[in-house]
Write a protein that binds this ligand. Structure first.
Ligand SMILES: C[S@@+](CC[C@H](N)C(=O)[O-])C[C@H]1O[C@@H](n2cnc3c(N)ncnc32)[C@H](O)[C@@H]1O
Length: 360
């Protein structure tokens, strides 16, 4: 692992460390009137119970839904953006790295992510995000194919459905080639890298543009005793990778971005048009002559009605770099066994593509 990993500072939610001019909110106050003030630009500080924050957010939602009745895509986008803007003026106080309101969750991230400051204000929605992430981090995400749980760092993409991991596992078990060096682009929570090591690969180069992913995998690989086999790189695609690999694995974002991408988890979901051409161009140089390129993808874009071209098919049609050796598909299991999914996502399939150098 690279020496300078220690110096990477995680992305963390914005906080306010100065004094603020805010309306102090107590549970018996007039919630609709408070929300009107919040919408006019005032900060509101929850003073009593954590649940009072939920009370204000629910009133904010009601208020904005009356104003934003347009159900079109743009109308709903405007509603969400107004909600986001106003809800971030709802604040909680943190003292000695803990929330001070009553009946609040205990969130370890408030200490871990802010070693340099103990007292501050933070928005209620950011606290909700930190709380949910802390629950996952503590409880862990059970990865059955690996027979272990992963503890994803704050702000990192991690799998909540596992069909693509099962496809990869099935293919890895049948793979007959050398198991020396592999490259995992977009390491996320580290799951594919750990599958590679589990299946006998000796050395993995793993990159991600998300600082928190690199920090998280660095900690997880130490905990799992796999750190000596992993070289982590914070950066774009193959930056700092100076070898050719037997296997290159990439589980890219699955949806094309219609907005300007933000750093962090946004890039786990959405891709810019140029990502795939850049990836294939660089993969060509980093794949050993007999190597395999493994891509995990999904028909999600088609399922939700986005008619853009499939970026892997597009590569195969337009360029002379790779040939398709194999394509496997698997239906995505319902998130819950109790509710039958009736929405369009019930047609969702994950795909595993194996490409080789053209002419091989
Ligand atoms: C869908 S997630 C997959 C994470 C993990 N490999 C998995 O299978 O669960 C895609 C990951 O690629 C990363 N990523 C996106 N663009 C990247 C780029 N240009 N270079 C390196 N990593 C990138 C994202 O930050 C994210 O962690």
């Amino acid at each position: 692992m690279k020496e300078n990993l220690e110096s990477i500072k995680p992305d963390r939610p914005h906080i306010i460390t100065s004094e603020i001019d805010a309306i102090s909110f107590y549970r018996k106050m007039d919630t609709p009137a408070t929300v009107v003030e919040m919408l006019a630009g005032r900060y509101v500080l929850i003073e009593e119970f954590y649940s009072n924050g939920l009370q204000v957010l629910s009133e904010l939602k009601r208020n904005l839904q009356l104003r934003y009745r347009d159900q079109s895509f743009q109308g709903q986008r405007d509603y969400r953006s107004a909600f986001r803007e106003a809800s971030h003026r709802l604040l909680l106080k943190v003292k000695d790295n803990e929330l001070v309101v009553r009946k609040c969750p205990n969130i370890g991230w408030l200490k871990i992510l802010y070693p340099d400051v103990a007292d501050f204000f933070i928005s209620f929605p950011e606290v909700q995000g930190l709380n949910s992430s802390w629950q996952w981090y503590q409880k862990g995400v059970e990865i059955n194919v690996l027979k272990l749980s992963l503890h994803p760092f704050y702000g990192t993409y991690f799998p909540t459905r596992f069909d693509h991991l099962l496809l990869f596992d099935k293919w890895l078990k049948a793979y007959k080639g050398p198991r020396n060096r592999a490259i995992d682009i977009g390491v996320g929570s580290g799951v594919l890298t750990f599958q590679l090591i589990h299946s006998g690969f000796l050395n993995i180069f793993a990159s991600d543009t998300n600082k928190n992913a690199i920090i998280g995998v660095s900690q997880e690989s130490l905990r799992l005793g796999m750190n000596k086999k992993i070289n982590l790189s914070l950066g774009d695609l193959f930056t700092d990778c100076d070898f050719m690999a037997d296997l290159i694995v990439f589980n890219p974002p699955w949806l094309i971005a219609k907005h300007k991408l933000e750093e962090g988890i946004d890039k786990a979901i959405y891709y810019e048009k140029e990502l795939f051409p850049r990836f294939f161009e660089q993969a060509k140089k980093h794949l050993a002559p007999e190597g395999k390129l493994v891509l995990l993808f999904s028909n999600l874009a088609q399922v939700i009605g986005e008619n853009n071209l499939h970026p892997i098919s597009e590569e195969l049609e337009r360029h002379d770099r790779f040939s398709k050796e194999l394509q496997l598909q698997r239906n995505v299991k319902q998130a819950s066994t109790k509710t039958k999914r009736t929405d369009s996502r019930s047609n969702e399939k994950v795909e595993l593509w194996i490409l080789t150098h053209k002419g091989k």
